[in-house]
Design a protein around this ligand. Sequence first.
Ligand SMILES: Cc1ncc(COP(=O)(O)O)c(C=O)c1O
Length: 428
Amino acid sequence: MSSQLHLSQHAQRSSEQAIGFLMQQAVENADCISLAAGLVDEQSLPVTLARSAVNEVLGDEAAGRKILQYGTTQGPEPLRRVFRSYLADLEQSENELRDLPLSQIFLTTGSQQLLSLITQALFDPGDICLVAAPTYFVFIGVLQAAGARIIPVKADENGMCPDALQKTLETLKSEGQLHRVRLVYVVSYFENPSGVSVSTERRPQLLRLTQEYSTESRILLLEDAAYRELRYDGEVSPSIWSFDKERKTVILAQTFSKSFSPGVRVGLGVLPADLVKAVSDLKGNEDFGSAHLNQHVLARVLKNGSYRQHVEIVRASYREKRNAMLKACEQEFAGVPGVSWLHPSGGMYVWMRLPDHVHTGFDSEVFRQATQVEKVMYVPGELSYPFDWPARPKCEMRLSFGVQSVEGIQEGIRRLARAVKTVMKFNG
Ligand SMILES: Cc1ncc(COP(=O)(O)O)c(C=O)c1O
């Protein structure tokens, strides 16, 4: 008998993922203040609300039994109708999105499952995905596992730059590679990791470019709106999806993880009609339907209005934490040359930049000083770019204000600043 276990190429490509390494770091450095974890604020998690919703949906014996039965692959139609109304509310749609067929709506296991299913449905090894630089690193992992070629597109404080997208698409066209482009991936609101939103002006521009370059095959735009409801100030932007009047280009991925609870694992997706069957077949292979009970719980709080009220509580809590982190950064990093950070209007992250030569990766002096000496963790910014991208900056950090208390945030930033100053030999 051979003792050698054969793993598929897919599994081998998955083993390099940053998320696994990061989790390991978290376990090995359990005594650290974590500004790394993307976990949500624990104090505002809706225990009472969820408990009464469970009691309500299981209150009637016969109805309860149905809810504890399997659901359907996409989620039961009556529930999808509730989720469509919720979306209509967010979109401020006058016709309540009645023209959106329920068949194009999916309830998934968090939005992560949708990201993974979409990748499986669209990508063969070597196919191309264009992403903002930086972008959500777990999705980079999903793409890498699929063998996709990931091309970063320049982004600034208004999100992915349309002229950079156009330039990239033009280059691919001139190289005869346009037919390999499957997807443009955009985290449209308060991006993980940078906190940046795509400006209202750029939204239709990104869509138009995606459509314009769909000459060889249709390129899709995956709008990941995970942080859409975590807005603390600034204007409300319409989704990119709302500009796609024919609903053939944009896939909308939403989640209730950040606004309600990641533990219920309910995500919501809207797909172009001709993508539905492929994703449904793939999801059928995976789980033939996400947790039915959880979908009912969420539908209940959406219907009775308690979800809306809860989102206000969550927003207030994160707004305070965001303010605390920005204030702590101003105090603790005052005068340190070459250190800057973005001011997010929502989401869960502050994106910090150190001078180019001060690296922040797992093998850097800053990471060692932070985790081993000062006992504070962050996510190295380089994880948010494809690992084989030669131009990837190495001097950035993602700082999460999600899970720590205000005091934890203040102490965490104090420690981080000490670590950075030690490495930079700054004594000001
Ligand atoms: C940008 C982005 N998209 C998607 C997800 C997936 O979240 P979930 O599967 O909990 O919906 C996350 C989680 O942190 C995220 O940051």
